[in-house]
Each structure stands twice: as C-alpha cells, then as structure tokens.
Design a protein around this ligand. Structure first.
Ligand SMILES: [Zn+2]
Length: 305
C-alpha cells in the first residue's frame, strides 16, 4: 500500500502504563486525542484490545494510516514488535502491521519510542528549522535517533543512533543497563546517578535524592555529578564529532538538572576539535508528551522502505 502525504493519520504512543493516541493532520496538528491505560498485567489480548479501543476513539472516515511507537526491539520493515522492557512475555512477536492493517485497511508503521521522539522533535519541535537532528532521551536509560532531512537514519538493522551504549570509558567500573561498563548510559542517565552513588559510597539513593544532595553541596553527590558531567560531555562531543548535526535535541527527566548540563556542554565544546563543531546547538525538547504521538504519525509519512 502506498503511504499518505496529505491526509490525516493516527499516531500511537504505547507505553508501559498508558496508551496515547491522536488523529494527526498533515501539518502536525493533533485533531483528536485519547489516553487509555495499557493494562500490561492483563496480558496480550487486553493490551491489543486497549490499543484498538484507542484507535477507534479517534478514528475518522478517510484516516489514511496508523503509526505506532513502543519501547523495545522492533522489526520496522515487517512491522513486528519483538519484545521490550515494559511488556509481559505474552506480548512478544506481535505482527502489528499485518493484524491492524487487515482490520483497518490502512498501512501500519512501527518503530521504537525514541525514534518517534527524535522524528517529532526534528520535524515539529526544537529541531524544526534544522536539516540534521540528533534526538537523545536521558531518562532511566539513554536512547537516541538520527534524523537527516526529515527522515530517520536507521542503519542496516535499525540500530543506528543507539547512543546509550556508545563506549565512553573502557576503564570505567560504572555498570550499564546492558551489563557492560563505561557506556554512555552507565555514566550519564538517571539510573547512572543512583548506581554511581551506590558504587562510590555504598549507600542507596534515588536520582532525585542525589540531585537534592548535590544542590545542598553534599560532596559525594557533587563527585557523582562531576563524573556524570565528564561522561555526558564525552558523549555529546562524540555525537558532534561523528555526525556534525545542526542540533542535538535533549529530552527525558535528566534534562532538568541544570548544574549537570551547563558544565557538560562547556566541556563538550572543549573536547571537539573544529571550531564549527563547538557551535553545535544543544536544545531542550519542546513537544513534551505529544512527541510520541506526533513521531508515530510521522512514521507513516516516510518514504517506503
Ligand atoms: Zn550499555
């Protein structure tokens, strides 16, 4: 089926607790929106039922396609959801493109949530006046997406832009979510904040507690933030150096920690070698919770794979 360009499409952001679904115009206006619980604990049939309820709640005659973003491993060519951290074992290998394509008679596109975030920010958000955009989400983990002229660069296996597991420091003892050490996510994510604190002090703290302790001048927390600052700077510098993007758009909870960001950006500028690279714009995401729905809708507007 050929993909629509000038028609309204549906975008879904299927998370571990809620499904956000919108009918989106060709200019990125959300014409109708619904939020439903995902109910992951109830298993595959209930999750699929909720997804279809969300689609039907915003569906209008002439809806031309459906795009879906979920966290996890996705075969974007076949439109199959393989597996991911938010969903139970029963919710694996779901052939969304086939199932929903048959049910609704429209093309269905699927990709991971960070690709959707990056695409939305590149086209409608903080990257909209730029050609080449890298999106990064700094939350519990770190995800990324590379958007070139409005299209995601996926690489051979849809793994391009996986910045979270970029190696920052081979000699580091900081553990990553993937069990390796010294990765970007091990040094610069929300979970890194807690893990590094535990590693250096033996004490359990939440990321928010570490942040507050640092604000009050606590020396252990400040040391953790300095370690993270170096990690963050190296990661940003690598991205600038390899891709020379117009802008790096940052989303996720950690973006709020100003005392980490400002010095990290300055340090990154010192680490890159060309003066032009030092001017790489680093912008805060602006679409908030709409990014998932808008990005999923944009999947349906990409050229055929
Ligand atoms: Zn890793």
């Amino acid at each position: 089926m050929s993909l629509p360009t000038g028609k309204n499409v549906i975008g879904l952001d299927v998370g571990g607790t809620k499904i956000q679904c919108g009918l989106v115009s060709p200019t990125g206006k959300i014409l109708a929106h619904v939020t439903l619980p995902t109910e992951v604990a109830k298993g595959r049939a209930a999750i699929m039922h909720n997804i279809m309820m969300a689609i039907e709640a915003v569906w209008k005659k002439n809806t031309a396609a459906i795009g879906i973003g979920l966290a996890g491993l996705i075969d974007h060519r076949l439109g199959v959801y393989r597996q991911g951290p938010n969903f139970p074992k029963s919710f694996r290998n779901i052939p969304f493109a086939l199932l929903l394509g048959k049910k609704y008679g429209v093309p269905v596109r699927l990709d991971n949530d960070v690709h959707c975030f990056s695409l939305a920010e590149a086209v409608y958000g903080a990257g909209r006046n730029h050609r080449n955009v890298v999106g990064i989400t700094l939350g519990t983990g770190i995800g990324g997406g590379i958007v070139i002229n409005g299209t995601l660069y996926r690489g051979k296996d849809n793994a391009a832009g996986e910045v979270g597991h970029m190696i920052i420091d081979l000699s580091s003892d900081a553990p990553c979510g993937c069990k390796n050490k010294g990765h970007f996510e091990a040094l610069a994510s929300g979970s890194a904040m807690a893990r590094l604190y535990k590693l250096r002090t033996g004490i359990d703290r939440t990321p928010l507690e570490v942040e507050n302790e640092a604000k009050n001048g606590g020396k252990h927390a400040l040391a953790v933030l300095t370690e993270m600052q170096h990690g963050l700077a190296a990661g940003l510098a690598n991205i600038m150096q390899i891709l020379n993007p117009d802008v790096i758009v940052i989303g996720g909870g950690l973006r709020r920690v100003k005392m980490l960001w400002q010095p990290a950006i300055k340090e990154a500028q010192k680490l890159v070698i060309y003066p032009e690279l030092k001017k790489t714009v680093i912008a805060k995401s602006i679409l908030g919770s709409d990014a998932g729905v808008l990005g999923a809708s944009l999947l349906t507007r990409e050229a055929p794979m």
